[in-house]
Design a binder for this molecule. Structure first.
Ligand code: THU
Length: 146
């Protein structure tokens, strides 16, 4: 008789999208950035545990403070699409070593994607990927619920 696996259905649903593929999705999304003020284009790609990829890019405003980062655009798209379970997020910018998410994005990631791996890369060197955890990027994140 076949041994019964102790794994839960959630653990079995391992994403099939590789780190490199997620970075490539973020690099492609970066091309959709609307950043006429800073000219700093950023792309993000979120990977759900079901294996779906949801991308975003930064959008700037003439009223600079209204700017929304690529990570938050991707996260808001995903959340409003009903996605709740995230395995990873990739961020691509033209920055040496890649750009890690800003403080505001870290807070949102800590709330909605606390277990996600964070991959970052420079758009000129997509094969060099640095990896972080959300908790590592924002230890002691603020939480109001529980
Ligand atoms: N930006 C992002 O999209 N993600 C980050 O994590 C940091 C910064 C954007 C915001 C703005 O449009 C431009 O990069 C320069 O700060």
């Amino acid at each position: 008789m076949a041994k019964k696996s102790k794994k839960t259905a959630r653990e079995d649903a391992r994403p099939t999208v590789s780190k490199a593929a997620l970075i490539r999705a973020a690099a492609l999304a970066r091309k959709s950035a609307v950043a006429p003020y800073s000219k700093f284009l950023v792309g993000a790609a979120l990977l759900t545990r079901r294996g779906q990829v949801i991308t975003g890019a930064n959008v700037e405003s003439a009223s600079y403070g209204l700017t929304c980062c690529a990570e938050r655009v991707a996260l808001f798209k995903a959340l409003t699409n009903g996605e709740k379970d995230f395995a990873a997020v990739a961020v691509v910018a033209k920055a040496r070593g890649g750009a890690t998410p800003c403080g505001a994005c870290r807070q949102l990631l800590a709330e909605y994607a606390p277990k996600a791996r964070v991959f970052v890369a420079d758009c000129r060197k997509l094969k060099v990927i640095r990896e972080f955890t959300v908790a590592g990027l924002l230890p002691g994140a603020f939480r109001s619920l529980d």
